[in-house]
Design a protein around this ligand. Structure first.
Ligand code: PLP
Length: 827
């Protein structure tokens, strides 16, 4: 049934915006959201089959899709037809918000939102039942979903709001309506969406339109100035708790380093308060002070136990801002999320796990949820439903609630399950040898110290790691998608271990983000992807008769580049796999003169393919020799013209149209007119804009890090390393790093050619790079043994490194040895 109403009536349903995340169909209402790439309306029928009965759909989509419309009309379901599903979702949250009178804290600013939110939660949880945004759920959708969780049992809300464009805050303001505002600070994040810093601040301040009080640091000149002007206009009566570390005004803050952190003294209304935090950096001090003033304000409204509140600052911990996928022992992968545990956060972590389409069994190690605002029975029920909705193979529940309700949890699911009263029982009793080839999510509330479990599961062989930022990967993918538009498909080159970044993980991330094709160099690389659950079509650049059977067994599509390889392939197929449909890709030589058909081959080529049943040309392509360099523009254009000509000759003889493609990463930027049906994205995805035309458009994806194993002070005249090539000219501090040329740190970086970043200071290599170690001069850096060192990342950039030794970033990236552990993360 279609209900033409902007007003959705639904009682406490679960609001579902992502079809993959269905847990309890009867209690869910699905919001079909149409984005640039994703269209939620596509999943309606499927979700209906799984039991959802209520939907929110968009008028335009329904009107233009008669099949969908008929389905919605004729089926026994409710479909609310609205202009815009996101807006409808937000309206619902706005209405929900109005039902509650208890205080709500709204946090915005460029950095620190999530930390301040999580810290406040920790500092106040003895005093309040708190609802808060899970993780950094601060977007247009995330805020609505967070506020929807408000309930009668809670008595404090803490929500963060993040914006990246003008006019976005207004919506968030009307949903959150914070009584207490916190403006953390202002920085360069998301600058693109705004004309000026001033505009960005103005927009952010809209969150506090009706707030009673605003906490902020007045040492940021910009905030202070804008604030005065803006608030006068919108909210003249707001109480300001502006504090300063420069002794300006009454709310001044003093800090003093201690052996274990920082002692902070804050002043408010003539009183002073002391507390200690286990951090020394400015950002942490600032975040803690925001929390302290917020606590004092709450206390002024209705008394809280300030002694406990201030005492707790000592136990603050860094907030893991990101979910990390780590390589573990026994061929396991570990998702480390050990900061806290609530239903929303668990849901998100499970979601992250489900984004890795893997054939490994999924294992969930989870602690009791300590605070949820729900009755115990409701909590246990929701938890069980959530676990049941995921396809988990092994559940390990730790804590007295899990332990006491063993039957309830194990009886309800078909997974094998283990329960322990506490973390140390688990560590001593569980047989870790049985945990192999799994994807393990470790999610625990803080008192359970789940980091001990992670330490046990994660390999510690070698201090060198290659960190891969999956969000930057997405950023770069979207950048290229915007360039090519919706009509052109995207093939991503994941050859050579995904340019060193880890092909299995990168491929599953790309599958989740729905790229069209993947390409690998050899059949074995494709086999690994298939064994790990990758279903996307895969093109294989090099295969030969010995490996043809793998193409058929694993549904891989070969590149065919000569009449000789064509003949061999067709012969193999006709004899052994006559009935399977085989897709092939034809490579044309338009100037590289490496592999590829030439014009004279075309006639025979097409005849032979047409004469073999069940062979289909999936695509025709060629490769540009110099798309990255301006000096080759003319030659590239000739290649494109030649490609046009040759590929048309082939398609003219077919009664179907294979995809055509010629652009690599640099080609996409330099020759947008040649994007054809598909592009082949390689190095650009990994953060290197090789054409140099848009040098700042991409984000760095890979950071190679290592640790300092030892530091020595050496006097003038001493030497360092093999062949005495590092000569000490004046007394220096020399550090030995756990990385060498066997890890991919080229020997060319010896003797000052290479520099690495040590606590923000660039330090040169001393002497020769060894096989497993490298020595650097850290005289200028403030560092100690065990500290992390960046070999390449944002700084130093891999392009600079490559230039220093006369090579290209491709070689350095693919050269990072497989013995270096890859760590994947996602914010
Ligand atoms: C590696 C490769 C690409 C990708 O090139 P980038 O410069 O990394 O974008 C494209 N096409 C073919 C045939 C390749 O081998």
């Amino acid at each position: 049934m279609l209900i033409l109403s902007e007003k959705i009536t639904t009682n406490n349903k679960i609001l579902l915006t992502d079809s993959r995340f269905l847990s309890d169909p009867e209690s869910s209402i699905f919001f079909a959201i149409k984005g640039e790439r994703h269209n939620g309306h596509q999943f309606i029928q499927q979700l209906f089959e799984k039991g959802i009965k209520e939907f929110v759909v968009e008028k335009d989509v329904v009107n233009s899709d008669s099949v969908l419309k008929e389905f919605l009309e004729k089926t026994d379901l409710k479909a609310f037809v609205v202009q815009n599903s996101i807006k409808a979702l937000q309206n619902l949250a706005t209405e929900k918000r109005k039902q509650f009178k208890y205080p709500v804290i709204g946090i915005t600013g460029s950095n620190g939102k999530t930390i301040v939110k999580e810290w406040l939660h920790f500092l106040l949880e003895h005093e309040f039942e708190i609802v808060k945004s899970p993780r950094s759920y601060n977007s247009q959708i995330g805020v609505a979903l967070s506020v929807w969780e408000m309930n009668e049992k809670s008595n404090l809300g803490i929500f963060e709001a993040g914006i990246s464009l003008q006019n976005e805050m207004q919506n968030l303001e009307s949903i959150i309506k914070p009584e207490i505002g916190i403006f953390t600070n202002i920085g360069p994040a998301h600058n693109e969406g705004f004309r000026s810093l001033k505009q960005k601040i103005t927009e952010k301040l809209r969150l506090f339109k009706t707030s009673k009080v605003l906490v902020y640091c007045k040492d940021y000149k910009e905030i202070n100035e804008e604030l005065a002007i803006l608030l006068k206009a919108v909210n003249p009566n707001i109480q300001l708790i502006s504090w300063s570390r420069n002794r300006i005004g009454e709310n001044w803050v003093e800090t003093q380093l201690t052996e274990t952190g920082t002692l902070i003294e804050i002043n408010w209304l003539g009183e002073s308060y002391d507390f200690e935090i286990p951090f020394t950096d400015n950002a942490s001090i600032e975040n803690a002070v925001h929390c302290a003033y917020t606590g004092l304000y709450l206390n002024s409204q209705s008394k809280i136990n300030l002694d406990v509140f201030f005492e707790k600052f000592q136990s603050l911990r860094p907030v893991a801002m990101r979910l990390e996928l780590k390589q573990g022992n026994n061929d396991n992968y570990i998702i480390d999320d050990t900061y806290n545990n609530d239903l929303g956060g668990l849901k998100m972590a499970l979601n992250f796990m489900s984004q890795h389409h893997t054939k490994r069994q999924k294992v969930l190690i989870v602690s009791d949820i300590l605070q949820s605002g729900l009755q115990e029975n409701d909590l246990l029920q929701s938890l069980r439903d959530l676990i049941k909705s995921q396809d988990i193979s092994v559940l390990i529940g730790i804590g007295s609630k899990f332990f006491d309700h063993k039957e309830f949890f194990s009886g309800a699911t078909k997974v094998s399950s283990f329960f322990y009263e506490n973390t140390s029982d688990f560590l001593s009793l569980f047989n870790f040898e049985n945990l192999t080839n799994s994807l393990v999510l470790v999610k625990g509330a803080r008192p359970y110290a789940f980091e001990k479990i992670v330490n046990k599961l994660v390999m510690k062989v070698h201090g060198t790691v290659f960190e891969v930022n999956l969000d930057s990967l997405t950023h770069n993918l979207n950048y290229y998608r915007n360039k090519i538009g919706n009509q052109t498909k995207i093939m991503v080159m994941v050859k050579a271990f995904a340019y060193g970044s880890g092909s299995m993980e990168v491929a599953s991330w790309l599958q989740y983000h729905r790229v069209d094709y993947l390409s690998v160099a050899y059949p074995d690389e494709g086999v690994v992807l298939r064994q790990n659950g990758i279903k996307l079509p895969i093109m294989v650049l090099n295969s030969d008769p010995e490996t043809y059977h793998k193409l058929f067994e694993y549904d891989l599509e070969p590149e065919i580049y000569s009449l000789r390889t064509l003949k061999a392939y067709l012969h193999f197929k006709t004899n052994l796999y006559p009935n399977s449909v085989s897709k092939i890709h034809l490579k044309l030589d338009t100037g590289m003169h490496r592999l590829g058909f030439i014009e004279d081959d075309l006639e025979t080529l097409v005849e032979q393919i047409k004469a073999t049943p069940n062979v289909e040309i999936a695509s025709i392509f060629s490769h540009l020799v110099g798309a990255d360099e301006a000096e080759h523009i003319d030659f590239s254009k000739k290649q494109i013209a030649q490609f046009d000509l040759l590929s048309s000759k082939i398609t003219a003889k077919l009664n179907y149209n294979p995809l055509r493609h010629i652009c690599n990463s640099a080609g996409i930027i330099r020759f947008p007119e040649a994007k054809y049906d598909m592009v082949r994205l390689g190095i650009g995805l990994y953060g290197i804009e090789s054409s140099g035309i848009e040098p700042n458009a991409l984000e760095v994806v890979g950071t190679l890090k290592t640790t300092i194993s030892q530091i020595k002070t050496l006097g003038q005249g001493e030497t360092v390393g093999y062949s005495r090539r590092g000569i000490i000219e004046k007394e220096s501090k020399i550090a030995t790093l756990a990385i060498g040329y066997a890890d991919g740190y080229d020997r060319g970086f010896s003797r000052g050619v290479g520099q690495v970043l040590v606590n923000n200071v660039l330090c040169p290599v001393v002497g020769n790079v060894c096989m497993d170690m490298t020595m650097i001069d850290v005289t200028e850096a403030n560092c100690k043994e065990g500290d992390q060192v960046v070999i390449f990342g944002k700084k130093p950039h891999i392009s600079e490194l490559a230039a220093a030794i006369g090579t290209i970033p491709y070689e350095l990236l693919t050269g990072v040895s497989e013995r270096v552990k890859r760590v994947f993360y996602h914010e």
